[in-house]
Design a protein around this ligand. Structure first.
Ligand code: KIV
Length: 259
């Protein structure tokens, strides 16, 4: 099976939509890879989805490497992108370079994602100069939730110029999170790299969502998410039936036992 590369993703612009979902562990990554997802993002949303934190802020570099390693082991086709967590690149460019290298060497990631606008341009330039592919992330930047006062829609015309600056600095794609449809469209038309939307409408080059949201396992009901199954109810039912079967002596049966 041919691996999807960074140039493959860039070449999709205007030709074929790009699909991306999050994974934080081996089995989920296998399902996503077999399901045909192009980019598997080991998102710092793991902080909320896996660890039960209120935001993405607490997750550490070591924890992100742990998740990325599990995902990389499973993936045969998709591009694996490691999400630089809060505190892994803000202090200095050298810190950002060191941590991006960790994602690739220890986590097996093929690229990293960095939240930020003009303030990360120098870091992006440095990373890409060393051959580390970078995905940008503008619009709602969840690592800034306390400054923003919530996970709000970002209506800022200036994002078009920011996207151009990130493209110039070398990002191979940009995530647009919670951006109004018209601004997302203008950004998409203004850059020659793919835009990947999450809550940014249909006029972008691809879509990314949190896997646990689409299968009903995160407990989140968000306007921009399409939930395909109620995974929570399905698993809860299985657990309840197991408990019942054991209590009533219905499990294990003779066929489920050694003779
Ligand atoms: O951490 C994450 O999951 C993300 C996206 C959903 C874009 O950054």
């Amino acid at each position: 099976m041919k691996r999807i590369t960074v140039p493959d993703i860039v070449a999709r612009k205007g030709k074929e939509k790009i699909t991306s979902l999050t994974a934080y562990d081996y089995i989920t990554a296998r399902i996503l890879d077999e399901g045909g997802v192009d980019i598997i993002l080991v998102g710092d949303s793991a902080s909320m989805v896996m660890q039960g934190n209120e935001s993405t802020i607490p997750i550490t570099m070591d924890e992100m490497i742990y998740h990325t390693r599990m995902v990389s082991r499973a993936v045969r086709r998709a591009l694996v992108v490691g999400d630089m967590p809060f505190g892994s690149y803000q202090e200095s460019i050298s810190e950002g370079v060191r941590n991006a290298i960790r994602f690739m060497k220890e986590g097996g990631a093929h690229a990293v994602k960095v939240e930020g606008g003009m303030e990360v341009v120098d870091l992006v330039e440095r990373l890409t100069s060393f051959g580390i592919p970078v995905m940008g992330h503008i619009g709602l930047m969840p690592q800034r939730v306390h400054q923003l006062g919530g996970y709000k829609l970002v209506r800022d015309e200036g994002m078009v110029e920011v996207a151009k600056a990130l493209e110039e600095a070398g990002v191979f794609a940009i995530v647009l999170e919670k951006v109004p449809v018209d601004i997302a469209r203008r950004i998409t038309e203004s850059v020659s790299i793919p835009t990947i939307g999450i809550g940014a409408g249909p006029h972008v080059d691809g879509q990314v969502l949190v896997f646990h949201d689409i299968v009903g396992l995160s407990g989140m009901k968000l306007k921009f998410v399409r939930q395909y199954v109620d995974g929570y109810a399905i698993f809860l039912d299985a657990v309840r039936r197991f408990v019942e079967d054991v209590k009533e002596g219905l499990f294990p049966s003779e066929e489920e036992s050694y003779g």
